[in-house]
Design a protein. Structure first.
Length: 343
């Protein structure tokens, strides 16, 4: 399969509200437009935090019953989502139009994902909102003394990186610097590690997370201990990706697509067991390490009560017709129903 070099943007010059090089903004915005993804380096982010987080999640999934910490009454937007619960939207027509050799392994219509998920709230929630169900209090599992400290340490750094990315993105798109970041204030941001059990799902070609887009604003990934993520570029090409040391991978979500009137498209992706996954599995098994694949994932959201509509120069007649105004909360509820997480 083809590979390509994902653009890398260093956020160092923009940390703490500083004004860095405008070329960074153009590079980041162009990457999100052309590819739907970009790599960033953030001096605030430490591999130590990521490793503590991965260690904790490996231990958690190994002992979870999938029931005690689940909150289906909140559409699983806090706590654990057990395997076989989330089912991706069917994108059969889109898949049929992809080039040969670039189609996902996901069946059409898709089956429920065998992955687990844990959602941990990051940052403050609004004191008053129409969408209390989408902004519930966190679930703290029993038996993990440092749970909140570890989750907050990693999640806050990831959201901090996304807030900086949103500033650069806005400038690069020709919008006001705070045009996107202000919409994120008190958003339902979630540290969202998946867990895939390679004691059960270890065969090449097994789909762990079916072909889908993320419906939030921006998704950010730290380094996972297992490969398996593939993304689709705007031109339909499928690319395996991994996060280099010292980097974070940022993907565009559906909320950003709406804000840009389709100039930036939500990126499609899939996680599956590849030959590289199996080789890593064998090596870790020999070393006595965990056979749970944890994704170091965090979802940055527009606040639930904010209205999603094309911004600035993107508010053309065509874009306004294609992306009619909707609150982020209403959109989120529609998406959760579509993927079997809400009734």
């Amino acid at each position: 399969m083809e590979t390509f070099e994902i653009p890398v943007v260093d956020l160092s010059g923009w940390v703490g509200g500083a004004q860095g090089n405008g070329d960074d903004c153009r590079k980041l915005a162009e990457a999100l437009h052309a590819f739907g993804i970009v790599l960033v380096r953030d001096p605030r982010v430490s591999e130590v935090d990521n490793n503590q987080f991965l260690d904790q999640m490996e231990k958690y999934y190994a002992q979870s019953d999938g029931v005690k910490d689940a909150r289906p009454e909140f559409s699983y937007q806090v706590g654990v989502t057990p395997e076989g619960t989330e089912r991706p939207r069917a994108h059969c027509e889109r898949i049929s139009q992809l080039p040969d050799g670039h189609r996902p392994l996901t069946l059409c219509p898709p089956e429920a994902d065998p992955k687990w998920r844990f959602f941990w709230t990051i940052g403050p929630r609004p004191a008053v909102t129409k969408y209390q169900q989408l902004n519930p209090p966190p679930v703290v599992p029993e038996g993990f003394e440092n749970w909140s400290t570890i989750m907050d340490a990693w999640g806050n750094k990831m959201i901090g990186a996304l807030e900086t990315v949103s500033r650069l993105c806005a400038i690069g798109l020709g919008l006001d610097e705070e045009a996107i970041s202000t919409l994120m204030h008190e958003g339902p941001h979630l540290l969202a590690p998946t867990g895939s059990n390679f004691d059960k799902f270890d065969s090449a070609g097994t789909v762990l997370a079916g072909y889908h887009y993320d419906f939030n604003l921006l998704t950010i990934h730290g380094k996972s201990r297992y490969p398996g993520l593939s993304v689709w570029l705007r031109d339909g090409r499928k690319m395996p990706v991994s996060v280099p040391d010292g980097c974070l991978l940022v993907q565009a979500g559906k909320q950003l697509e709406r804000l840009t009137g389709g100039h930036v498209l939500a990126g499609f992706h899939e996680v599956a067991v590849s030959q590289a996954t199996i080789e890593t599995m064998r090596k870790r098994k020999q070393e006595g390490q965990s056979l749970w694949r944890i994704s170091s994932t965090c979802f940055g959201h527009v606040a639930s009560d904010q209205v999603l509509r094309p911004l600035g120069k993107f508010a053309t007649e065509e874009a306004l017709a294609q992306y009619p105004s909707i609150t982020a909360g209403d959109m989120m509820q529609e998406e959760l129903k579509a993927i079997n997480l809400a009734a």
